[in-house]
Ligand binder design. Sequence first.
Ligand code: AGP
Length: 611
Amino acid sequence: MCGIVGYIGPKDALDLIVAGLERLEYRGYDSSGIAVLQDGRIQVTRAVGKLAELKKTLAEQGPRTPTHIGIGHTRWATHGRPSEINAHPHTAGRVSLIHNGIIENYIPLREKLSKAGSIFKSETDTEIAAHLLNYHLEKGHSPIDALRQTCAEIRGSYAFVALDADHPDRLLIAKNSTPIVVGMTKTELIVASDIPAVLPITRDVLILEDGDLAEVAPGRIYVEHNGKPVERKPQHISWDAVTAQKGGFKHFMLKEIHDQVQMLAEVFRGRIELEKGDVDLGELTLKPDDVRKLNRIVLVACGSAWHAALVTKFYIEHLAGIPCEVDYASELRYRTPVFDRNTLVVAISQSGETADTLGAIELVRNEARTLAFCNVLGSSLTRKVQDVIFTQAGPEISVASTKAFTTQLVVGYLFALYLGKCRGKLAHQQLAGLVEPLVHLPTAVDEALKLNNKIEEVAKQFSQARDFLFLGRGICYPIALEGALKLKEISYIHAEGYPAGEMKHGPIALISDEMPVVVIMHKSDLLFEKTLSNVREAESRGGKIIAITDAGDHPELRKICKAVIEMPHVSELLSPIVLTIPLQLLAYHVAVLNGTDVDLPRNLAKSVTVE
Ligand code: AGP
């Protein structure tokens, strides 16, 4: 989730672009850069670290002649570690280009272009696009034709903005799966990955659509969709800048809950081959031979990441048949665990900076093989382990983990498929049948988000409760824990997650009409009927039941529950991802009703970097 800004106009492009990038700072970055056109030459300045580093580098360059066209970028790395050489813009010949997204087929394209004489300097997928566009321009194509040819060869997600030194009056734009907007007045034009950067120039914004290519200049916008010219009508944006950073949502948490539709597609993009029914974790040094030697896997994490570890345990045992344990990092780090080189320790962490998780990995890294699921390239954890699978969730601003959690589950699923494939536990047909459901996940999550109003109504009924109980069985039990954590950490209401089968061993004494009981039930789950009997037990003792299920319109649930949230159906193994969405929304709405600071709840930090 990078930040992109392009500008053409009478003002100094450099200043405008830096100001635009500052408005996109919340999108996170580990490096940044700017390219401007000056006397027909492309001048690029890039820096590692925060935007302040780029500004410092620009200042050190001393006085300069104002320029009127340029592009700028803040990078949230997905391919290639944070470095000056990997920072955007990437330049090839007469082209300079910035990109937000992931190019899946960048390796074959890099080989093809290298054979044609391209020299690559960075480790990024993006650099391929700059060389490919230059290649087509140098063959004599017009800018828009060259852009069309370039995008026809690229597979993946992208928002490209490019400069062509031979056409210094325009910017080239291509959009597929990642956002890009265009603001224009008669004399100025600004392009950005998000609305906040556009507002200082204009409130009338064109939102480009997937498949759109555009050639833009002040007063002149050409857009085509799948090769045919189209007209995109400007929309008037009334938000202030801070609201715009939240995408128009009231809180970052709600924005990030909605981000999941796109991010859940990003996380498996380039890691599955649908036609072949295959999984491809090419980024791993843990090869099939190493996998076959493994005799144990230990998953270690904190908080929501620990809940993700519980679900990943299910996946690994079920799909790969490897014994798997889950440990709190804060516990493991002070024990004397017994590991050997055939033990794989997997650390799960959004930030990659959680002190306890770092401490646990520090303890084991010389005895066991190590791997991390992490969301932040260049974070401390990624430098302590042998392998990393990035969750590609983009920056998560709200303290409550939402998209980071669900993308961790997808990574856990992909990793379990990979392990099962390497160990021959998953025959090709079986693997194909497990890969296919992933492509329906974003749609199912989108459907789940449409239940927002119904969930808000439920929140209104129960927001004054002092205690909540969350129940689930099997693969839904960790989701009950996650739902309880979401609620307690942002609404300050006491909530407990419990295995539904444990109710009769004590917690059922808690049941009263004062305590809502949220039950997560997956229909094809062999445990559905058993959980239903737990619901009957709780209801017969006065419990107020809120059922979250994909069992459709279930007459008995409708009769005994105060509310039934009917969810879209996905495969049993992927159900935890979809069944988490209403729990995130329930916690959010209860917190809003209780007036707590949803994005910055009391006593909490986004990353617990101290013990
Ligand atoms: C979850 O909503 C919390 N913010 C918290 O439990 C978090 O998951 C935990 O601190 C772990 O953080 P990490 O994933 O960055 O390591």
